[in-house]
Design a protein around this ligand. Sequence first.
Ligand code: HEC
Ligand code: HEC
Length: 140
Amino acid sequence: MKRSVAASLIGLAALYAAAVAAEEVTSLRGHAVTDDADDALNKPTLAVPGGFGVAWEEQPPMIPHPIDNYSIDLRQNGCLKCHSPATFETAKAPKYTDTHRVDRDGNQLDGLAPRRYFCTQCHASQAGAMPLVENVFGER
Ligand code: HEC
Ligand code: HEC
């Protein structure tokens, strides 16, 4: 009994998968998503002289310089070469603020909090890509 229920469930799943595959799904660029879509565009990040304004208080500021040569992984964080308390003066870069040293329980740590380690999780760089859809954020 159990076996046949499982078998018919698998059958149903296969039918459903076939129905989904037959449907035409396209990306915003108009490619079929299922087969020969282009590889992800890998454009170099840009310098934006003067930087960006922030759209709301406490927005992580956007990155106004290229970051292609700075990696963030288990062993190293390229951003800290210029933005850490130990390096910012020599680099003439803004230091990450005290909020970057607060752990999830609200304790102020001596160094960077682990949850702030992956800088690009919050700080976005710019690439010379055309917007796929109009951005009307803040205009409503
Ligand atoms: C070689 C030094 C250097 C490195 C490495 C570096 N930055 Fe910067 N960063 C700067 C300087 C200098 C500025 C000030 C604006 C400018 O001159 O472009 C800046 C500005 C910024 C700002 C804007 C701050 C604000 O208040 O508007 C952010 C965010 C930022 N960097 C994030 C990063 C992240 C994330 C990384 C790593 C992926 C990184 N930076 C790596 C030097 C550096
Ligand atoms: C969880 C999100 C998050 C992560 C991860 C994060 N930041 Fe930030 N960052 C913010 C926010 C929000 C602000 C603006 C408000 C503030 O200072 O707390 C900010 C502000 C900054 C500024 C501007 C300082 C100034 O004086 O204007 C710099 C520089 C910066 N971050 C660098 C970094 C670097 C370098 C890393 C990685 C080591 C990093 N941030 C990781 C959210 C983040």
